[in-house]
Design a binder for this molecule. Structure first.
Ligand SMILES: *[C@@H]1O[C@H](CO)[C@@H](O)[C@H](O)[C@H]1NC(C)=O
Ligand SMILES: *[C@@H]1O[C@H](CO)[C@@H](O)[C@H](O)[C@H]1NC(C)=O
Ligand SMILES: *[C@@H]1O[C@H](CO)[C@@H](O)[C@H](O)[C@H]1NC(C)=O
Ligand SMILES: *[C@@H]1O[C@H](CO)[C@@H](O)[C@H](O)[C@H]1NC(C)=O
Ligand SMILES: *[C@@H]1O[C@H](CO)[C@@H](O)[C@H](O)[C@H]1NC(C)=O
Ligand SMILES: *[C@@H]1O[C@H](CO)[C@@H](O)[C@H](O)[C@H]1NC(C)=O
Ligand SMILES: *[C@@H]1O[C@H](CO)[C@@H](O)[C@H](O)[C@H]1NC(C)=O
Ligand SMILES: *[C@@H]1O[C@H](CO)[C@@H](O)[C@H](O)[C@H]1NC(C)=O
Length: 608
């Protein structure tokens, strides 16, 4: 008897030990959730338990998107595997296994228990009881007329020209925070019972993709019965004619748009045509990229600016601006949103175009069609520090670099320049010559001085007379200069390197520090952070590397030094000779120039 008791005690001990596994349910799936599982079901998840399922004993996290857990149901001493897919902050989907008992002394791990999970079962949708409405833009945006079918209520299709779906951003306010609801206006059809007149307003709960199926979930704002409150919608990327709607709080009844319980056949309402009222400068026309959003294509002709953005494969968003009115550098443009929604107005302040770039400022969108309101200077957010935004030419034409010549440099940076083989072609081994010195070389020495070549480890060799000779050495980096200017007393340069895997376009800050010394800092991407200066070398100031360059071997090569601080980017560099413009150190430069002039005068006086 005593023996038996001890034995069972031991067993309990072992069992409880094996159950002391480490499992914390992540915050994102905690909370109260509603689902329809042939009856109204409320599921609560806290740090360790799930209603009706038991205590969590093991969990696997798959990219914070899928969670697979093993739960222990104490009273039956069995284990359930539950897989939870996080769809949006408001929507989870789950699948679960039957409750299985394990032989004694086996650990209830995910790997073991979840073998009994049927991966092909129907997913059950869980709607958050305390949902946070999200923007509808990614779910549904536009205005449509629709005809509808409901297989469970009536036969045939109810067609009424006044039936309308309306999902628009509220114009004039900051985008991305306003449009969290949309309306469906149903209209009755004569002789069809089950059709009705009424406006249903839905809050958006978020959207997700399963293959080509685009699901989004909503909550009816005027409905208090839970099973009637939540609905699921389905669109398909390849089919913009139909939208499927569930008639229960479930998404698994929507397999295809065609076979949905309720099906809306939609026709977009065309936007009104906006006649252009002004013309953009001719030299804006072409294809550009927006440095504030490098995934966007910008097309400009004399009347339109069309920005197309690709949030993911197969989807795009387009914003169309039409020129309405112009005064000095300010252009009021009408912004057409998606079909049917109301347009608004926005002011652009452009700097005359130069090199391969357009610099601009954009005001706040307003709903009024009035130049003095839209383009009033107060519409431009007056931050203490600001800078023009940039459009860069998609196929830039190289220009003469503002910094040219042959320099050696030292560098400091998060991502320094390093020795590599451009394009992956193996170099012939270095000729066996004696290197007088190894330096890092920055050269802009092609015929027209339009390309920067950087060689991190460059061998300066000497011939038998001890004179330096250039030996064959391929640069590690090659980038073309495509634009430069001066703004806020800093000189900026944009370079273009087709092979740069991170960003083809790079912004630089540069400055002349001495007669033959130049400092430069390269940015991470196509725009320079406001904080970036020539000494910036790390990500906190948006930079990758700072270089300190000094001209060398000047008298022996055919690569003259050139420097332009960018204060007049409209000058044609071809017609310029080497200029003694010291940029930052202008005051000292004038003094030097005076000195030079004086010496020259003295020289002539002497001659006479
Ligand atoms: C559970 O895991 C967390 C972090 O993964 C750790 O900090 C904690 O000490 C563990 N608890 C137990 C009881 O093992
Ligand atoms: C999450 O689970 C679903 C369904 O089992 C699967 O299709 C998807 O690839 C998983 N996602 C990740 C990131 O593992
Ligand atoms: C939906 O329609 C109602 C009544 O017509 C209106 O008060 C509400 O503002 C509309 N909501 C949206 C998001 O358009
Ligand atoms: C500019 O492009 C838009 C859209 O492609 C087109 O409708 C318009 O006629 C074009 N304007 C000019 C002046 O070519
Ligand atoms: C573009 O045109 C404007 C005037 O329309 C002019 O000021 C500017 O210099 C031109 N830019 C180029 C690169 O030709
Ligand atoms: C460039 O080379 C010269 C001579 O070799 C050296 O004195 C100088 O420190 C170098 N400058 C930089 C910036 O590396
Ligand atoms: C220069 O670098 C090469 C290899 O990159 C090395 O063999 C050589 O010794 C170096 N020369 C000097 C002077 O540092
Ligand atoms: C980044 O550079 C700045 C100065 O350029 C320096 O003050 C700061 O400590 C650096 N930050 C890091 C994380 O290295």
């Amino acid at each position: 008897m005593k023996m038996k008791l001890l034995q069972s005690l031991l067993l309990v001990l072992i069992a409880s030990q094996s159950l002391a596994l480490n499992c914390t349910i992540p915050t994102i799936i905690r909370g109260a959730w509603f689902s329809w599982e042939n009856k109204n079901t409320l599921t609560e998840l806290d740090a360790t338990t799930m209603t009706d399922k038991g205590t969590c004993v093991d969990i696997r996290d798959n990219f914070h998107v899928n969670y697979t857990m093993v739960l222990h149901r104490q009273n039956e001493n069995c284990f359930i595997c539950v897989k939870i897919l996080v769809r949006t902050v408001n929507i989870l989907e789950k699948m679960e296994s039957p409750c299985i008992t394990l032989p004694d002394n086996t650990e209830p791990t995910v790997e073991r228990v979840c073998q009994s999970l049927d991966p092909h079962q129907q997913l059950i949708t869980l709607f958050s009881e305390n949902y946070v409405p999200v923007n509808c833009r990614s779910s549904l945006e536009g205005v449509w007329n629709f005809a509808y079918q409901n297989r469970f209520k009536f036969t045939g299709e109810c067609r009424n020209p006044d039936a309308q779906i309306r999902s628009c951003q509220t114009a004039g306010s900051q985008f991305l925070i306003t449009n969290q609801k949309f309306n469906i206006t149903y209209k009755k059809c004569e002789g069809m019972t089950g059709t009705f007149d009424g406006v249903v307003e839905y809050s958006c709960l978020g959207d997700w993709f399963v293959g080509k199926n685009h699901y989004f979930a909503v909550a009816n704002t005027k409905e208090s019965r839970k099973d009637e409150k939540y609905r699921c919608f389905l669109k398909n990327r390849d089919d913009d004619l139909y939208i499927g709607v569930s008639i229960t709080a479930q998404c698994n009844t929507l397999k295809t748009v065609e076979k949905s319980p309720e099906r809306l056949r939609v026709t977009p309402v065309k936007s009104e045509v906006v006649e252009p009222g002004c013309r953009l400068p001719q030299n804006f026309s072409g294809e550009w990229i927006n440095t504030a959003n490098i995934d966007a294509d910008v097309f400009i002709n004399e009347t339109h600016i069309i920005e197309t953005y690709y949030p993911d494969e197969g989807r795009y968003r387009r914003t169309i601006y039409v020129c309405k009115e112009q005064k000095d550098t300010r252009y009021m443009l009408a912004r057409l949103t998606v079909d049917g929604c109301q347009k608004d107005y926005i002011c652009f302040d452009f700097v005359p175009q130069h090199h391969n770039l357009i610099r601009y400022r954009k005001g706040i969108a307003v709903i009024k069609d009035d130049f003095s309101t839209v383009c009033s200077w107060v519409q431009f957010q007056n931050k203490v520090q600001w800078r023009y935004d940039l459009f860069l030419k998609k196929n830039p034409v190289p220009i003469k670099c503002p910094v040219a010549g042959k320099f050696n440099f030292t560098q400091k940076g998060d991502i320094p320049f390093e020795t590599r083989i451009l394009g992956g072609v193996t170099l012939s081994p270095r000729p066996n010559v004696y290197c007088k010195e190894n330096i890092s070389d920055f050269s802009v020495c092609d015929d027209e001085q339009k390309e920067v070549a950087i060689d991190e480890n460059y061998c300066l060799s000497v011939d038998h007379k001890g004179k330096p000779v250039d030996i064959y050495s391929d640069p590690d980096y090659k980038m073309k200069c495509i634009g430069f200017w001066k703004e806020n007393i800093k000189s900026y340069l944009i370079t273009y390197d087709e092979l740069d895997p991170f960003s083809k376009y790079r912004c630089w800050v540069y400055q002349r520090a001495d007669l033959n010394r130049v400092l430069m800092s390269q940015a991470i991407g196509p725009f320079c952070d406001l904080k970036q200066n020539v000494f910036s070398w790390n990500y906190t100031e948006g930079a990758t590397v700072a270089i300190d360059m000094e001209e060398y071997e000047r008298e022996r090569d055919q690569c003259p030094m050139y420097f332009d601080d960018g204060s007049n980017p409209y000058l044609d560099p071809e017609t310029q000779v080497i200029q003694f413009n010291f940029g930052y150190f202008k005051s000292s430069s004038t003094r030097l120039e005076n000195l030079l002039a004086l010496t020259l005068v003295g020289f002539f006086v002497n001659l006479l």
